[in-house]
Design a protein around this ligand. Structure first.
Ligand code: UDP
Length: 323
């Protein structure tokens, strides 16, 4: 922690998840008292192994949909399954985690000085008709499709937050997170970067859905966490802020990069419904407001992810990647 930086009591919901746990580590490194809430549906305590060593970390097993009995000066709401495989496994759970969860967070923050940072998502833009996506774009979401439980849940959470801000002056700040990858992603997460790495290391073919021409822009976890924590350093932030890496790749290019590093054949599978054809964040606003600039290249980030996944696969009985 830098001299003069204030120590705060911070609540992270979804603390045992991939991003939640990296955020917890950063907040602890900055000297804060951190309470981590998680129901361990997709998160694991292994992700919090480092945090657990700190006397300033307190873990609470619980669901964000229950009343929050914690008095925190900042709440980072990261509770929600985020990979399509996981969030579609129980759509009711996913949608209520976003919507009821944010109600509970607002109730905990309302009427006092408390910053909420909400983990929203590029999924609010759906299968976008505008490219790259600026925050001003309202999106193109199928409200009754297989991704809707996540997309509409996150959209509704934004709605509730901005209403809470207008009506009650709740200090709500929203980050729209684009595709992010890095160490600690669950081996069965199913998202493309970790899936390809698991598949290549297990010597099974890399599964490209569709023809692989769809695009995504991949941000390394530590870069994303830089942006998230900087959201609390401003006196106020009005309106959502995109966070992600604007370097865009086709899924085919990603598969080629992974097989260049690890070997591996590719196999083509059907494209899931409502799969966005292209995605790339316009991060002009994050650059201007936060000085946000992703630093880790896909190649460097992949090396770190490969080391992490290789280590975990070596320690475990073989587990298959999601189909
Ligand atoms: N994808 C793929 N193979 C996989 C997993 C995903 O081709 O093993 C594709 C998926 O159809 C999508 C893109 O990769 O077009 C990104 O998928 P992911 O699940 O990582 O995140 P999304 O951006 O779709 O939420």
């Amino acid at each position: 922690m830098g001299l003069g930086a204030a120590r705060r009591t911070v609540l992270v919901t979804g603390a045992a998840g991939f991003l939640g746990s990296h955020l917890v580590d950063r907040l602890l490194a900055e000297g804060n008292e951190v309470i981590g809430l998680d129901n361990l549906v997709t998160g694991t305590l292994e992700n919090l192994a480092d945090a657990m060593k700190s006397p300033r970390f307190h873990f609470e097993l619980g669901d964000v949909r229950e009343t929050i009995g914690v008095y925190a000066e900042q709440i980072f709401n990261f509770a929600c399954p985020a990979s399509p495989v996981h969030y579609q496994a129980d759509p009711y759970f996913t949608l209520t985690t976003s919507v009821t969860g944010i109600q509970r967070v607002i109730e905990a923050a309302r009427g006092r000085k408390c910053i909420i940072v909400q983990a929203s998502t590029s999924e609010v833009y759906g299968d976008p008709l505008v490219h790259p996506q600026p925050e001003s774009y309202w999106g193109h979401v199928n409200p009754i499709g297989e991704r809707a439980c996540y997309d509409e849940g996150k959209r509704c959470a934004e709605t509730l937050l901005f209403d809470a801000r207008r009506r009650w002056g709740v200090d709500a700040r929203v980050v729209r997170i684009f595709n992010t990858y890095g160490p600690r992603m669950a081996l069965d997460d199913g998202r493309v970067v970790s899936n390809f790495v698991v598949q290549a290391l297990e010597k099974t073919p890399l599964t490209i859905y569709g023809d692989g021409s769809q695009t995504r822009s991949f941000c390394f976890a530590s870069d994303l966490v830089d942006g998230i924590v900087s959201m609390t350093r401003l006196a106020s932030v009005d309106g959502p802020v995109n966070l992600g890496n604007p370097n865009e790749f086709t899924i085919k290019q990603l598969a080629e990069l992974v097989s260049e590093l690890l070997g591996g054949e590719v196999v083509y599978k059907p494209l899931p419904s409502d799969d966005p054809k292209q995605r790339k964040p316009d991060i002009t606003r994050a650059r201007q407001l936060l000085g946000f600039e992703p630093k880790v290249s896909l190649r460097e980030g992949l090396d770190a992810l490969i080391r992490d996944i290789r280590g975990r696969l070596d320690q475990r009985p073989r587990r298959a990647a999601a189909p």
